[in-house]
Design a protein around this ligand. Structure first.
Ligand code: URA
Ligand code: URA
Length: 284
C-alpha cells in the first residue's frame, strides 16, 4: 500500500515559512504606505482589475486616519524591532540584508549602477551618519562617501576623535541617480526600507543626518535644513541630529563653523551617554 507522507513535522514548517513570508510582505507594504504618507501621498490608485471587482463606487484606498491604526496592524514589526542584537548577530543580519539589496531591482536606478552602495563601518557603531545617495566614485567603488565630500566627512569624524571605522555610514538611496540628480519620491519610498532596517539592526545611539534629503526623510518633514540643523530630534527611539551635507560645505565653506558647532553636540552626547560595552569617545 502506498503511504502518503503527511508527517506532522513537514506541515508546521511549511506553515511557518508561509507565515514568515506573509509577515515580511506585510512589513514591506507597511513601510511603503508609511513612506508614501510621509511624502504627502493621500490616496493610492487601485489597479483596474481590483477596481472592477469592487462593487463600491469608492475607487481609492483612503489613508488610515491615524499613525496608530497602521502601527496596531503591524505589531509584529514592533516586537521584532525591540530585540537588541549582539555584534555578531548584527554582522550576520547586515550581511543578509546586503545580499538582498545587491539584488534589488525595485527602481530604475538599478540599470545604470556599477555597484550598490550598501553602507560601511562598524555594525555596532554608536554613531551613524546618513547621507543622500552615492555619487560617481561611490558607485564605482561600492563604498559610501569616498569622493571629495567623503574626504570632508572623514575629517569631520576625526575632528571629534573618532575614525571612519568607528562609525557606520549609509545613504537614503543605495544606487547612484544619473548625473547626481536629486533622489525622487518614488526612489526614496522604494529604497528607504533598506536604510530603516539598517538602523534597526545597528541601533546606534545617535544618527547624524547629512543634508536636506536625509534630514527631511528621517524626520518626516519639509522644514529646511537651515531650521533643522543643530537640534536634537528622535527617530524611532534613537536621537537624531541633522547638519549640513559635506558637499554643501564644499560649495559654502563659510558654513563649516555651523557644522563644527553641530558635530560637537554629537560628540558631547556620545561622551555623556556612551555605554561601557561599546566604544567610548576619546578626549577631544
Ligand atoms: N554624497 C552622499 O550623500 N553620499 C555619498 O555616499 C557620497 C556623496
Ligand atoms: N542643501 C542641501 O541639500 N544640503 C545641505 O546641507 C544644505 C543645503
Amino acid at each position: 500500500m502506498k503511504v502518503i507522507n503527511m508527517s506532522k513535522s513537514v506541515k508546521p514548517v511549511k506553515l511557518q515559512e508561509a507565515k514568515a513570508e506573509v509577515l515580511s510582505l506585510l512589513k514591506v507594504l507597511s513601510d511603503k504606505v508609511d513612506l508614501e504618507r510621509k511624502l504627502g501621498v493621500n490616496y493610492l490608485q487601485l489597479d483596474p482589475v481590483i477596481k472592477d471587482s469592487l462593487s463600491s463606487e469608492e475607487n481609492v484606498i483612503t489613508q488610515p486616519s491615524t499613525q496608530e491604526s497602521v502601527c496596531n496592524n503591524f505589531d509584529f514589526y514592533n516586537e521584532e524591532k525591540s530585540v537588541e542584537l549582539n555584534k555578531s548577530e548584527k554582522i550576520e543580519e547586515l550581511g543578509k540584508l546586503e545580499e538582498q539589496v545587491k539584488k534589488c531591482i525595485k527602481c530604475e536606478l538599478c540599470h545604470a549602477r556599477s555597484n550598490v552602495v550598501f553602507g560601511a563601518g562598524d555594525p555596532d557603531a554608536e554613531l551613524m551618519f546618513v547621507g543622500e545617495a552615492p555619487g560617481y566614485y561611490e558607485d564605482q567603488q561600492g563604498e559610501p562617501f569616498v569622493g571629495k565630500a567623503g574626504q570632508l566627512l572623514t575629517r569631520i569624524i576625526e575632528s571629534i576623535g573618532l575614525k571612519r571605522s568607528d562609525v557606520y555610514i549609509a545613504n537614503i538611496l543605495k544606487c547612484r541617480p544619473p548625473d547626481n540628480r536629486n533622489p525622487n519620491a518614488n526612489e526614496i519610498v522604494l529604497c528607504s526600507p533598506h536604510l530603516i532596517r539598517q538602523i534597526e539592526i545597528i541601533r546606534p545611539m545617535i544618527i547624524c543626518a547629512l543634508g536636506t534629503f536625509a534630514a527631511q526623510t528621517l524626520l518626516d518633514t519639509t522644514e529646511s535644513i537651515g531650521n533643522l540643523r543643530g537640534r536634537f530630534f528622535e527617530y524611532q527611539s534613537t536621537k537624531l541630529l541633522a547638519t549640513y551635507h559635506p558637499a554643501y560645505l564644499l560649495r559654502n565653506p563659510g558654513d563649516k563653523k555651523k557644522v563644527w558647532t553641530d558635530i560637537k553636540k554629537v560628540r558631547d552626547f556620545l561622551k555623556e551617554n556612551a555605554s561601557l560595552t561599546r566604544r567610548s569617545i576619546t578626549n577631544v
